[in-house]
Design a protein around this ligand. Sequence first.
Ligand SMILES: [Zn+2]
Length: 366
Amino acid sequence: MVKTFLPGDLPTMKVIDDIYSKLSENVLKEIQGEQLQCKYKNDAIFLDTKEKIKTFLLSKNFYEYKFNEEGNFYQDLIYLHGNIKVDNLLSGNTDSEEIKVFLRKYPKEEYGKEYDILETGYKGKKISEIRQQENDSFPESAEYQLIKKAFDYGKIHADDRNSILNAMDVPVCPYCNMNYTMKYGKERNAADIDHFYIKSRYPQYALCLYNFVPACPVCNSKLKGKKDTTRQTHVFPHEESYGKEAEFEILNLIELSSGKSEKAELKLINHGNNPKIDNSVETFKINELYDFHSSYAKDLLDKVWIYNDSYMEELKRFISEKSEDIKGIKDIKELIFGRDEPEEIYARKSLGKLRMDLLRQLGVYE
Ligand SMILES: [Zn+2]
C-alpha cells in the first residue's frame, strides 16, 4: 500500500466542481420532501440544500458525517463474525467481545421489535447463513432506504467517472503498487473506483469523492470484493501507507549468497506489528502477489553484488572524466540502480516501493 497523494486542489477543480454540482442537485431531488439528518462532529446537519450536500460529498472527512443508519441494527448484525449464532445474541450469555459490543450498542429495551424478529425468524442460525441471503432477509428502515436511493452510485455517469479518475491522477493502484491504473485514449481510464467504505455497508458514502480509491480490478473486485474496510481496521491510502512501518525484505540473503538457494524469498515485514497493516496485507494478498516478483528481487540483488564499492569507485573515476554531471558515488548509484526517491514519486511507479525498500535493505540507499 502506497499513498495516493491526490492533488490538493482536487475538490475545487472545474471538472470536479461541475460533476458534484450536478450530483448534489440530483441528490437533493431524491430527498425533497423528506428529511435527511446526520451529525458532523456533534453538530446536527440537515441535508436540505444543494450546498450542504455538496460540502458533504466533497469532504475529506466524509466519514465524520454520521447518519443514524450507520447504527442500523440489521446492517451491523450482518457484519458480525460469521460463526456467531443468533441464539447467543438472544440469550446474551457469551464470552464474545463482539457480541457484548453489539448488545451494548443495541439494548434490548430499545430494540425489542428487532430482537423479536430474530427470535421468530432466525433462531438456531449462524450469522453466515443469514449473510448469504443478505439484502432480502432483513427489513430496512425508511431512512436507510432513503439513503440508498439518494446516494445511489448509479447516478454517476460513466464519462464523469472517467473524469474523476483522471482528475485524481493516481497512475498505479495504491493497494498493490503493481498494476497501472492510468489514463488512456482521450478521456478513458483503466482504473476501477474502489469504495474504501463499501457501498453495500455504507450507502451514505457511495458518492463521496474521498471515499473513491482508484484501484486495479484485481485489488478492487477479486481481492477486496465486499470486505468491510474502515479507517479503524485497514490502511486508508488517501491518508496513510505502509511507508517505513512495513518494508519488503529478502529473507534468505545468506542462502542466496552461498548459492544454497536460487529464489529470493520476499516478505513485507510489519516492523511495529500494526494490526491495520496486517489486515491490509491479508486483504490484498500482498505477500502472495509479491512472491511472483522474487526474480525482480534476485536481479536487483545480483546487481548490488556486481556493483560493489570498489567497482563503483572505479566507475566514478572513469565516468567523471567524461561527464560533468557525474560527480559523486551517489550519481553513479542512481545511474545504476535508479534514483533514490521519496514515496511521493515511487508511489506513481509500478513496484516502486519494492525497489526502494530493497535498495535500503541492501544498503545502497539509506
Ligand atoms: Zn491493485
